[in-house]
Design a protein around this ligand. Structure first.
Ligand SMILES: *Cc1c(COP(=O)(O)O)cnc(C)c1O
Length: 391
């Protein structure tokens, strides 16, 4: 069988030999697809034009960005002019939450930092609603909070525990109360079917590097009739319909478009990846005193997050790294900040359980052989670490 090109994650060992990594941290970022890179390269080389230039070099860059806009829009059943390219998911969330004219923002306590830190900065009124033990938001609480003055921001899929929110129901409540609904879909775009019209989504954020595209590119979808309510964060040359000035990241945009198109094909393999993930979960749960975090059913098909009693998550991640396996405690950001997971905290976990947690996020490139090897290494590491801890 031909192996996916996206699996080319490699690292240089001390002896300069290339060692292959089993990459199970796809919620943090993904390897760029070979076809995506190939589509991008001309725009970093001979097709270097500025899309705002009148000459043919500029116009060919312009045409490429418009093609990508169509590719992205068609993924979510939006119109191309409802797509605003940004520097990534973080900027898309900032634009939606800071730029949209609303009196009040309602969100929940398991959002990505790119929502929670943004609402800390806003001068709008903010209300944070709670989630249950599986990370599903409380719809009754939401119903009583919503009003026509509110902008609601609820993520589609959580990046740490993979929980899928009932976004159709959430959108329906918003319609009833005449509120505006934004969703951070960075973890679901290119994985789950999204139809902004059918599902009633008013604004949506997504990112290139979570779908085998490049880093530093993403987009905000905004429904046509709401565009006049959105104020730009960046002022200048008036690119992106005046909503995001700055010369376009043409190669990045082209890469995002290509990655979106390719993910349509990859999504057909979701069932296969789910089976592999379920097999992995089953194997890991055979280790004594391990539990699965989040919802067993309402969960994206590539996420597994465990609490492993008497094992430091960070120690496990480092030990697995030695064995050539890349995984994570909580999210990539919590690893940088050495902050413990606000998501697991919101689920009611003790500090001890939070520090004993690890996340494995699979990609379409992973194989059963890799999963078998990983499960074996996890078990060995857990035994070693528990012994070291005297447990
Ligand atoms: C990765 C991620 C982001 C940030 O996207 P960037 O493109 O890295 O800025 C936002 N939200 C979620 C849920 C994410 O997983």
């Amino acid at each position: 069988m031909k192996r996916n090109s996206a699996n080319a994650a490699v690292c240089k060992g001390n002896n300069e030999t290339m060692k292959k990594i089993i990459y199970l941290d796809n919620a943090a970022t993904t390897p760029i697809d070979k076809e995506v890179l190939k589509a991008m390269l001309p725009f970093l080389k001979e097709k270097f034009g500025n899309p705002s230039s009148a000459h043919s070099l500029g116009q060919s860059a312009k045409d490429a960005t418009e093609k990508a806009r169509k590719q992205v829009a068609s993924m979510i059943n939006a119109e191309p002019d409802e797509i605003i390219f940004t520097s990534g998911g973080t900027e898309a969330n900032n634009l939606a939450l800071k730029g949209f004219q609303a009196e009040k923002i309602i969100t929940d306590n398991i959002e990505h930092h790119a929502v929670l830190e943004v609402v800390k900065q806003t001068n709008k009124q903010v209300e944070i609603i709670s989630v249950n033990k599986e990370g599903i938001i409380n719809l009754n609480e939401l119903r009583s909070s919503l009003s026509s003055e509110s902008l609601l921001s609820i993520m589609h899929v959580n990046n740490e525990i993979g929980t899928i929110q009932p976004i159709e129901e959430i959108a329906r409540l918003c319609k009833e109360k005449n509120a505006v609904f934004h969703t951070d879909a960075v973890q679901s775009f290119g994985k789950l079917a999204i139809d902004v019209k059918k599902q009633g989504i008013d604004m949506l954020s997504a990112s290139g590097h979570k779908i085998n595209g490049p880093k530093g590119i993403g987009f905000l979808y905004i429904k046509k009739n709401l565009k006049s309510m959105l104020m730009p964060l960046l002022h200048g040359g008036g690119q992106e319909q005046g909503l995001r000035s700055g010369t376009e990241n043409v190669a990045g945009i082209v890469g995002l478009g290509k990655a979106a198109e390719l993910s349509k094909k990859k999504m057909k393999n979701a069932g296969k990846l789910r089976k592999l993930r379920d097999y992995f979960i089953k194997k890991i749960l055979e280790i004594p005193n391990v539990k699965l975090n989040g919802s067993p059913e309402k969960r994206i098909f590539n996420n597994a997050n465990f609490t492993i009693k008497d094992v430091e998550g960070e120690a496990l991640v480092l030990m697995l790294d030695q064995a050539g396996i890349a995984c994570s405690t909580g999210s990539a950001c919590s690893a940088i900040g050495h902050k413990s997971s606000h998501v697991l905290k919101a689920l009611g976990f003790s500090d001890e359980d939070i520090h004993s947690s690890a996340r494995f996020s699979l990609g379409f490139q992973n194989t059963k052989k890799e999963i078998d090897y990983t499960a074996k290494k996890v078990e060995e590491s857990v035994i070693k670490l528990r012994r070291l801890a005297g447990k």
